[in-house]
Write a protein that binds this ligand. Structure first.
Ligand code: HBI
Ligand code: FE
Length: 283
């Protein structure tokens, strides 16, 4: 299987970084901790110190509570240390991977409560922006949310849905659900709008933009609307979808999507900046 052809991220399929030569059949590798250079460890610490200042008041409480307990200050985290904490909290485990993995491999890991984490760290010139997931995006953006029991169950259900969607030829629709929730989701709280999406939480610019800028549309969560919506992978999002709780997200995505996919076949995709009369906007 050719990883470069199989892994599609968003709408662009591009050559992938990473060494796909020495991995197991499920695309996992061992984290070779001593191979990280001091420059890479220093880059992690600088990424961490910048982002840790930005998340209070902008990330949801579930995320912040987990982040406080994670050993991220000293340097690139060790998988086995975080796995002991995560396993105790929600029975999830992290597995090291060479980078983006094929959709079905990714879904199979999620369906079995394993989250694939890219082991390598971005280059210095990518300090503020990177398209592919690296170890900072995965650990800082995704891992804290896996400590929330309801969100953790949502991720497992998503993986199971992914296996089904692939068989039904419905992946583009399901991938948009991942994008607009797991990567770029917002949640409405009594204290105001907060981020829970990993793409936002690991981004120095978008973490503020997503919850404060007057530019983007913020639309109340609507499964069908999300599945119709194209997205951009190379700029701040033009539309965010807002949930009221992780339970709402879990419940709304619980039913079998087969009838929904059939309906969507007859509907046109919507541009990333579409304004629909029926959108319920969040002010
Ligand atoms: N691989 N490592 C990794 N991380 C992802 O987020 C990822 C992936 N492969 C496929 C994939 N995501 C998509 O299937 C999802 O965006 C739906
Ligand atoms: Fe991600």
């Amino acid at each position: 299987m050719n990883a470069e052809r199989q892994a599609n991220y968003g709408q662009s399929s591009h050559g992938l970084r990473g060494d796909y030569g020495r991995m197991r059949a499920d695309y996992t590798v061992d984290q070779e901790y001593s191979a990280y250079t001091e420059a890479q460890q220093d880059r992690w610490r600088r990424l961490y110190r910048r982002q840790i200042e930005l998340v209070p008041g902008r990330a949801c409480d579930e995320y912040l509570a987990a982040l406080r307990e994670l050993p991220y200050q000293q340097g690139i985290p060790r998988f086995e240390v975080v796995n002991a904490q995560l396993g105790a909290a929600t029975r999830w485990q992290l597995v090291a991977v060479p980078g983006l993995v094929p959709d079905l491999v990714f879904f199979d890991h999620l369906a079995n409560r394993r989250f694939p984490v890219t082991w390598w760290i971005r280059e210095e010139h990518e300090f503020s922006y990177i398209v592919e997931p690296d170890v900072f995006h995965d650990f800082f953006g995704h891992v804290p949310m896996l400590f929330d029991p309801v969100f953790a169950d949502y991720m497992e259900a998503y993986g199971k849905g992914g296996v089904k969607a692939e068989a039904l030829g419905a992946l583009p629709w399901l991938a948009r659900l991942y994008w607009y929730t797991v990567e770029f989701g917002l949640i409405r709280t009594p204290q105001g709008l907060r981020n829970y999406g990993a793409g936002i939480l690991s981004s120095p610019g978008e973490v503020d933009y997503a919850v404060t800028s007057p530019k983007p549309r913020r639309v109340l969560f609507d499964l069908r609307r999300i599945m119709r919506s194209l997205y951009r992978i190379d700029a701040y999002q033009e539309t965010y979808f807002v949930i009221d709780s992780f339970q709402q997200l879990f419940d709304a995505t619980e039913p079998d999507f087969t009838p929904l996919y059939r309906e969507l076949q007859a509907l046109e995709d919507l541009p990333a900046d579409a304004a629909l009369a029926l959108d319920r906007l969040v002010s």
